[in-house]
Unconditional design. Structure first.
Length: 474
């Protein structure tokens, strides 16, 4: 069964309801889209392709057709206002792009099962990880929705859940994923876990958030057969032995290692590429306004977290939700700074880092923190064929959304960035990228989505892009 046939079958099945009872389909939400992207040059502008889960190609023009079907959990409550113990849901999202980079693929294909507050899911699913304003953000540092979702199995408490009758709430999760074949390494894995807490009930005026996430690229078959780098090309020849050190990284410092089961490279620091962020946030909420401040603190070396060498680095955000305003409903200001990398603290050289820097999203065994040539985390960090080539960045972003006539909504946004390359290969490029989005409803179930994007600077060539999408909800 070729790709085109599978795509045709998928879109056709969205309309097939007569084969099943009406009650089975009553809660399923369908969505169909058709549209086009084009620009003044062959390159797709930054904000046209960024944080789109890898569905907008790097080259334009294209014509795109998309279809989705989602079943959410049953949200009805009993007389005691409690949800059912069990729930099941799924998501399918198919995309056909026709143009210079034609492609047929499923960015989303998953099934999920819930028992009380615990969820298990498998497949590809759109997600953003980290404490951030997900509606307007320029991109969460570690997992922004910039790349195609990675297939994985995940067990989690996805929503903040109360501990007893206290004012403390938590959410957490752990997952195992498959990177498949990427540049330099094939068939390697993703390990992922996180825990976030919130102090304050839903209706509290003040809330405090804190959390931590840990990501690992590990295992696989490398093109580098150097015996110190791999064992006959295998980066984790004994995966079950290696997994304990992936799950608990500091365990490698506490127990005696078996040199026959690990490469010299892995015995030196850690098995695989470990990275993530530690996040904090504060929220103030009253009848007129809701304010959210957050910081995502990146790390590649664990020592950067406990010695604060890279304390100035991170993604800073301030969200302002104006509850009583119509034309301007929300403003988000973000600042990304990654120049320190633990080598300098507020301009002072740090000898405690042993002349090493965190070198965000880079690694000696894996090309970059990317999937199918799209960066997984913040889209401002860039990679080429050799690996990360731009991770020393200052980027100021702002976004505004609101409503206009006839329920038309808009988003205006722009980013000014200074791109300084890496410590190993320096650059000096300035860039402005902007966007204007309009969602114009034709009726209750149909709308037109328009976008204009602009690139001006020395990082990307001068470019203006347009897109128009017709969306139908069924």
């Amino acid at each position: 069964m070729n790709r085109c046939f599978r795509a045709t079958l998928f879109f056709s099945c969205l309309y097939i309801k007569t084969c099943f009872s009406q009650s089975l389909f009553s809660d399923i939400k369908y969505q169909l889209e058709a549209g086009t992207y084009f620009s003044s040059s062959k390159a797709t502008p930054f904000w046209q392709r960024t944080n789109q889960y890898g569905i907008v190609p790097l080259q334009s023009p294209i014509i795109t057709f998309r279809g989705a079907a989602h079943l959410e959990y049953d949200s009805t409550r009993n007389e005691q206002q409690k949800l059912k113990k069990f729930g099941i849901g799924y998501g399918l999202w198919g995309v056909v792009n026709i143009g210079n980079q034609s492609k047929v693929f499923l960015p989303e294909s998953y099934i999920k099962i819930r028992y009380r507050t615990v969820e298990l899911y498998g497949g590809r699913r759109r997600e953003v990880i980290g404490l951030v304003d997900t509606t307007l953000t320029s991109g969460s540092y570690i997992w922004s929705g910039n790349a195609l979702p990675i297939p994985k199995i995940q067990l989690s408490v996805p929503n903040y859940s109360q501990i007893g009758k206290s004012s403390f709430f938590f959410k957490l999760g752990i997952s195992h994923g498959w990177f498949g074949n990427q540049r330099g390494v094939k068939n390697f894995f993703l390990h992922q876990k996180w825990v976030y807490g919130r102090l304050g009930r839903e209706d509290a005026k003040f809330k405090f958030y804190a959390g931590f996430n840990h990501q690992v690229q590990w295992g696989g078959i490398s093109e580098n057969k150097d015996p110190s780098f791999s064992k006959d090309g295998q980066l984790a020849p004994y995966p079950w032995y290696s997994y304990q050190f992936v799950l608990i990284p500091f365990l490698q410092k506490l127990i005696k290692l078996n040199p026959d089961k690990l490469t010299t490279f892995d015995r030196g620091l850690a098995i695989g590429n470990h990275l993530g962020s530690a996040d904090i946030g504060f929220e103030f909420d009253n009848k007129n306004v809701k304010l959210l401040f957050y910081k995502q603190q990146p790390y590649d070396f664990a020592r950067s977290l406990y010695n604060f060498n890279n304390i100035e680095d991170g993604l800073y955000g301030l969200g302002i939700n104006l509850k009583r305003h119509y034309y301007v409903k929300k403003i988000l200001i973000e600042y990304l700074y990654t120049l320190s990398q633990g080598l300098y603290r507020f301009g002072k050289y740090q000898t405690s880092n042993y002349i090493e820097n965190d070198d965000y999203f880079s690694h000696g065994q894996y090309t970059a923190w990317e999937y199918n040539h799209f960066i997984i985390g913040t889209p401002f960090i860039l990679a080429n064929e050799s690996g990360i080539n731009n991770n020393r960045i200052k980027a100021f972003s702002t976004s505004i959304n609101g409503s206009l006539f006839k329920q038309t909504s808009y988003i205006l946004g722009g980013t000014f960035s200074s791109n300084l390359g890496t410590y190993a290969s320096k650059l000096s490029k300035k860039q402005f990228s902007g966007k204007a989005n309009i969602n114009y409803p034709l009726n209750n179930n149909t709308s037109l989505l328009g976008q204009v994007t602009l690139d001006i600077g020395t990082l990307y060539s001068k470019n203006i892009g347009f897109s128009l999408i017709y969306r139908k909800l069924l």
